[in-house]
Design a protein around this ligand. Structure first.
Ligand code: ATP
Length: 570
């Protein structure tokens, strides 16, 4: 396959407003790709070179890209800048500036050159290589190469969309593909295996150290009674409000991944050290929640302190001032054995044996009960100690990678308010705003929740409050980068907006209640109206730890709606 052909596919995906057509284009693209090409096609379609957990970045700023374009095309930098201002997109700018036909390079060749640019350290070398690549591409091809380089391909193709395309309509195949993906988080790898070895290879897919397992997630309820009703005798753990980490140890190598499956190893030198020194096995994958603890008082610091490590001064210094503890709550792999398939109680027992009670690593607090009363007492106790709530776990359940279900149930402090929980929503468009807001050019957002069965985003609310003025300005800047000329094919909306955007950013909102509404598409059927959030307000800026598909689902909104009804009856 040539890079031109791939670009043509991208162009078609960009043009379509139909989710079905988008799936069909992707399906034929994957079918056409060879074994050697298919992983690269998957990564590039997602706008990446490798999955995010490999941490590959181009390290090329807009400015550097404009300089390279100016050199490659022999035009003045100011000319490139003016054109960019007009077009608002560097890919379009490149397309307009490049007058040559290119060398019709193969997809693999362009991928390798892109990879080489990303890996090259010195800025000068990077620029030379980029210029060289641009000279080999036509304007049309350069448009997409440039967007990939600056991280703005904007096709809005999600993981689930690619999985559907891979299964190509064969029902039997999809669950196996999903499982393989859940075990390695690398869609390119899964696509390659599938092409190479077909269904058999996918069925035999195994956990591999250094490939994060997609995390199991919890459902929510509003009372201890409901936990017992659903789980019966169950494990109850303290719920820590920190940073979820998945730690992989492979002999003398340790890697750490975040909730969002990003590689975070360098951020946690203290955890790496403790795992190396205190976990006396060769190969293991452990999951836990890391948070800073005040050594003097034994109290937990608020989450804000823990995450400052990401932003603030040197990590070493931070590790000294605010040492972390990792409260391990699961064991997924041990000495070549897949533990995700074993029951929770068994995983937990081995986990406890594995962790000698060192200062940094320790098992999460846990006990087993079948009494709602015990859960309530423990809940009150953890809340007084400044924790978030509790997690209840089904004793015989496997670790369900990449899925949210009632094997794990969370009960949080904030549940006793009006809405049982905050809701994570995806921004799909914005309004210019009236009155005072018009000055900022943005006054409200249209937000949506995720519908996994169709891999689409269904609108659930407009959000106009909760952000400071400077946050609105920042939001607008970020949204303008991903704006679209039409509604994204994966967005289902009856409402118009001033600006549509790619469904990419997740925000957390609070609301007074959930109501039925004919205006929104979340939960809407032919006979029934949809669901909407009443008086929503943002409680966080953009959640960088969440992908759009991690937003709450339509089903969860319906459950929250039912929860709220049952609470108000009491
Ligand atoms: P989610 O991670 O489920 O999408 P969220 O980010 O909004 O949702 P919460 O709803 O607060 O987080 O709860 C789930 C998170 O709680 C887990 O992802 C994990 O990071 C954390 N957690 C804390 N203690 C535990 C524990 N003992 N067992 C499992 N998870 C725990």
């Amino acid at each position: 396959m040539t890079f031109r052909e791939l670009s043509e596919y991208f162009h078609r995906i960009e043009q379509t407003t139909s989710r079905l057509e988008m799936a069909e284009i992707l399906r034929s693209l994957l079918e056409k790709a060879s074994v050697e090409e298919v992983d690269k096609v998957v990564y590039l379609t997602l706008g990446e070179l490798l999955p995010a957990f490999r941490g590959i970045e181009f390290g090329i700023s807009e400015k550097l890209l404009m300089e390279s374009l100016s050199k490659a095309c022999g035009v003045r930098l100011s000319q490139v800048q003016t054109l960019y201002k007009q077009k608002g997109d560097l890919g379009d700018t490149a397309e307009e500036l490049i007058g040559w036909q290119g060398r019709n390079l193969s997809l693999v060749r362009v991928y390798e050159e892109l990879f080489d640019i990303a890996r090259t350290r010195g800025t000068l070398d990077k620029v030379m290589k980029l210029i060289n690549l641009l000279k080999g591409l036509s304007g049309f091809e350069a448009k997409y190469a440039v967007r990939i380089i600056i991280g703005r391909l904007r096709l809005g193709v999600g993981d689930a969309t690619i999985i559907d395309a891979m299964a190509g309509g064969i029902r039997e195949l999809k669950p196996y593909i999903e499982r393989a993906y859940n075990l390695c988080s690398d869609l390119g790898l899964v696509a390659k295996r599938l092409k190479e070895g077909g269904l058999e290879a996918i069925k035999e897919f195994k956990i591999q150290l250094g490939y994060p397992i997609r995390m199991a997630l919890a459902e929510r309820v509003s009372s201890a009674q409901e936990i017992i009703q659903r789980l019966g005798r169950c494990g109850v753990e303290a719920k820590y409000d920190g940073f979820r980490l998945q730690v992989h140890k492979d002999s003398d190598k340790v890697e750490i991944y975040s909730r969002n499956l990003e590689r975070m190893t360098e951020m946690f030198p203290d955890v790496v050290k403790a795992v190396m020194e205190d976990v006396k096995v060769q190969k293991v994958i452990i999951e836990g929640e890391a948070l800073a603890v005040n050594e003097e008082t034994g109290e937990f610091y608020p989450f804000q302190i823990t995450i400052q490590r990401k932003r603030k001064y040197s990590i070493e210094e931070y590790a000294r001032d605010y040492p972390l503890k990792l409260f391990a709550f699961d064991l997924l792999y041990l000495e070549e054995e897949d533990y995700t398939v074993k029951p929770y109680i068994e995983r937990r027992k081995t986990l406890e044996e594995l962790l000698s009670q060192t200062n940094t690593l320790r098992p999460s607090e846990m006990f087993i009960t079948q009494e709602a009363k015990d859960i309530e007492t423990f809940f009150e106790d953890v809340i007084t100690r400044g924790l978030e709530g509790i997690m209840a776990k089904r004793l015989d359940a496997p670790y369900t990678a990449g899925s949210r279900n009632f094997n794990w149930i969370k009960l949080k402090r904030s549940y006793r308010g009006s809405l049982a929980d905050t809701v994570d929503v995806v921004v799909v468009g914005y309004y210019y705003g009236k009155g005072a807001r018009a000055r900022l050019g943005i006054g409200g957002l249209l937000v949506a929740v995720y519908e996994p069965s169709t891999d689409t985003f269904k609108t659930v609310s407009k959000v106009g409050s909760g952000f400071t003025e400077s946050e609105w300005v920042r939001l607008r800047e970020m949204l303008d980068v991903i704006k679209l000329s039409h509604k994204h094919p994966r967005v289902d909306s009856l409402i118009e907006v001033d600006v549509w955007v790619e469904p990419r950013y997740v925000i957390t909102v609070n609301a007074d209640e959930i109501t039925r509404s004919p205006l929104h598409t979340a939960g809407r059927t032919l006979e029934e109206p949809g669901y909407a959030l009443r008086f929503p307000r943002a409680v966080s800026f953009i959640r960088e730890d969440k992908n759009p598909e991690d937003a709450n689902t339509v089903e969860e909104i319906i459950r929250l709606y039912q929860l709220q009804k049952s609470v108000s009856v009491e």
